[in-house]
Structures are given as C-alpha cells and as structure tokens.
Write a protein that binds this ligand. Sequence first.
Ligand SMILES: [Fe+2]
Ligand SMILES: [Fe+2]
Length: 483
Amino acid sequence: MLNNSQVEYDTIIPNNVSLSSDKRVLKALERWHPGYIDWWKDLGPVGFQDMLVYLRTAINVDKDGWATFDYVKMPEYRWGILLAPQKEGRTIPFGDHIGEPVWQEVPGEYRSMLRRLIVIQGDTEPASIEQQRFLGSTAPSLYDMRNLFQVNVEEGRHLWAMVYLLQKYFGSDGREEANELLKRQSGSEDAPRMLGAFNESTPDWLSFFMFTAFTDRDGKMQLEALAQSGFDPLSRTCRFMLTEEAHHMFVGENGVRRVIKKTCEMMNKAGISNPYDISKIRELGVIDLPTIQKKINLHYSLSLDLFGSEISTNAANTYTAGVKGRFWETKIKDDHILKNDTYPILEFTDGQIINKKAPALLSLNMRLRDDYTKDTAVSIKRWNRTIEEAKINFEMKLPFEGFNRKIGTFMSANISPLGDILTKDTWDKDKGKFLPTTDDNLFIESLMKPVSEPGRYADWISAPDLGIDNKPGDFEYVKIHDS
Ligand SMILES: [Fe+2]
Ligand SMILES: [Fe+2]
C-alpha cells in the first residue's frame, strides 16, 4: 500500500499520488503543464517573474514540517499534487449513504454533480491570481510583496489540485474542463470566471487585504464542506489545501489590522480624536476608519453572494448524495440526514424582512454562510481591539446580511448596513455612505506608491509584528535589487 506522506520528486510534478506509476494521468498532466506555465506568465503576476522570492513550498503532508522556505523564481515554483493522508476505514459522514465506506472512484450517478463542484472550485483559484496580477508594482513593502506572491503561487497549486482530480477521475470531459480553466479569464466579457466576486478587480492593496480576509475565507468554508465529501480523493485534496489557506486569511486579517493601526497612530499623533474628520485624516496620508468600514461592507456583501441562494435544491442534492457536507460535519450532533429538520432563515417578501423556519436540507447554503459569518466576526473583533488600544471611539461592524446583495432573497431589496429597508431614492442618495465612492477609491489609489527597501513600509500601513519564517525586520523577502 502507498505511503501517502512519501512525496515523489522524480517527475516534473512533485506528488504523493504515485504519478510515476500512473502513466496515463502523468502524461495528461505533462500535456497540461506548458499551457499552465504560459497562462502563469501571461496572466499571473506582472513583473518580478525573474526575481528571487522567499517562498514556502509544500513538500509533504505531515502536520509538522510540511513546507520549506527558500528563494525561488515564481515560474520555477514546484507546484505539486499533494493529498492529505488517507484515513483508514473512513465512512461517508452524512446523506443517504451515511456509514458506507467512502468512494475511491466517482460513482456514476454523481459524476456530473462532482465534476461541476470541482470545476467551480478550480475556477476560483486562477481567477484570484488574475485579479491580483498588477499589485506587485505598488507593494507597500517587500514583506507584503512576498505575501502576495505566496498567496498567488499557492492558488496556482490549488488549481493543480483540482486539475489532477479532473484528469484522473473524469476522462475526456475532465481533460476538456482542465483546458477551459486556463481559458476563462477574470473580468472578461466573452469568457468570464464563473462566480461574480472573482470578476471584480483588485485595484489596490487595501482591496487585496479585504479580498484575502473575506473572499479567501469563503474559499475556506467551501473547502471545509468539500473536505467532508464521500468522494475520498476530493476530501483529501481539500484537507491539504486548507493547511495553505490559513496563511491567506492571515495575510488579509493582519493586512487590514496594520492599516487600521497606522491610521489610529497617526490620528493620535496629530491629536485628531474624531474619526469622521476625514479630510484632516487623509492629509496625514492614512486611510480613515469610515472608508475602511465601507470596504468591509463591500467585500463582505460580495462574499456572501458566493454562498448562493439561501434556499437551494442544489445544496440539498449534493448533501443527500454525500458529495458536499457542512462545516465540521462530523462534530455536529444530529442525524446527518436532515430530512426532518428546520433551519432559521430570513426572507424578503412584500417589502418586509421576515423570520422563517425553512427545511434544513434546503438551507445548507445559509448554514455554511452563517458559519462563515461567525468565523469572520473574529477578524472584526481583532480589528476593533486595535482601535480600542489606540483609544479611538470607533467600532467596525459587519453589515446586515441583506445589504448590497446580488444573489438570494435580498437581491431586489435596498437595505442599509444596519438592516433598515430604504426606498430606492434614499438608497441612491445614501449609497456613498455605505460603499466606497469613486473619491474614496481614488484617494486609496493615490497612496499606492511602492516601497522596496528591506524593512521599510509605506506610510499608510504599519510594520508586521513578526517576520515570515522568523526572519528579522530588514530581511530581503524579494531580491528586487540584484536582478
Ligand atoms: Fe485556494
Ligand atoms: Fe486562498
């Protein structure tokens, strides 16, 4: 039997799935590889491709020491296929097949369902790289630049992870889907990426931090739900991806926190106690807290849309099939079949917000979204602690779930971040108080001047508390000067 933690380095694709003895899949992936590299060079990070970046590379799937850090040129990064170890005797934890042994092959009846889920997940990975491709040239420090590229190469590896599943388990359709993943493009008119938030642009670094704090966290929730899957290779792949994903959210949460910290510091230094004294605060060259709140409103609401409609037969079907579970499914104490259960949801009907009990099976998107919101609230708490420590009277809040929604029950509603139902006229008039205006965005953009001296940071963001891989403050995370 295969020792799952053993990683093969003899093929061009490092892996722990014995690719060297799986000639068909190895060939398929080797054929896909040049297209991937072309895509990376065309649509991945602009500039910096020839520079040495201090990156983490996954080298095995043991809990301790799964990664090494070293200087690598991004196109030479070793994108590998790594699945978490197989759990002996694992059974399907939910749905109609509960208690049956997990599947090592795709069951015919769930083939198209599984393929669709894998393709949707796969599509988000290269999309975020495309969205972030221009950010290198305005990085506020080498530390931040390195973190951006780390997130980028790992999203690239996540694409590989999904492509492996497609090539290995879905025959010629899988091969076609793998090719399509390199053809769609974020923001493209003809062939956009599949989900809305992945076609938005990421024009500045505050947007990048917000994206990694909010949208990567949606990714985490989706991976957690797929990690429960009865299709074991999918479960194992997602479990290992989650190890990497944690760093992406760290980058986002800490990035936003450092922006807030700097704003508070500068306000205190200048003796400004009113956080709404916006023009004075902006004159200090930092981003005022109300604008950061508007960015939270935007990114949170976009991310809620990624969970789909509150009521969804699709979600019910994938659950009943044993294909996609709930967040931490095995820790939940219920029957894991949910046919007789209800779940509380909000519904927008006849201009009113009403509380309802909906069938639990149909409400699984809503439930995953609620778990997401709980997870996100932890970041908000940490950001507020930073504001509190600076003794500034301001509190960041997550907006009401019906605010600024494009999908689900609230899509036609005009609702404020506090949950008040507004007329269309009031919404149009007040929108600029809730969401970033062109002026706000131009101001943020005006701050985006690159800083590339080791140990130095742009004026609108504070230094991190710790270096990556315990490196000292003036460590040269990207060798920008000797190339
Ligand atoms: Fe990812
Ligand atoms: Fe991510």
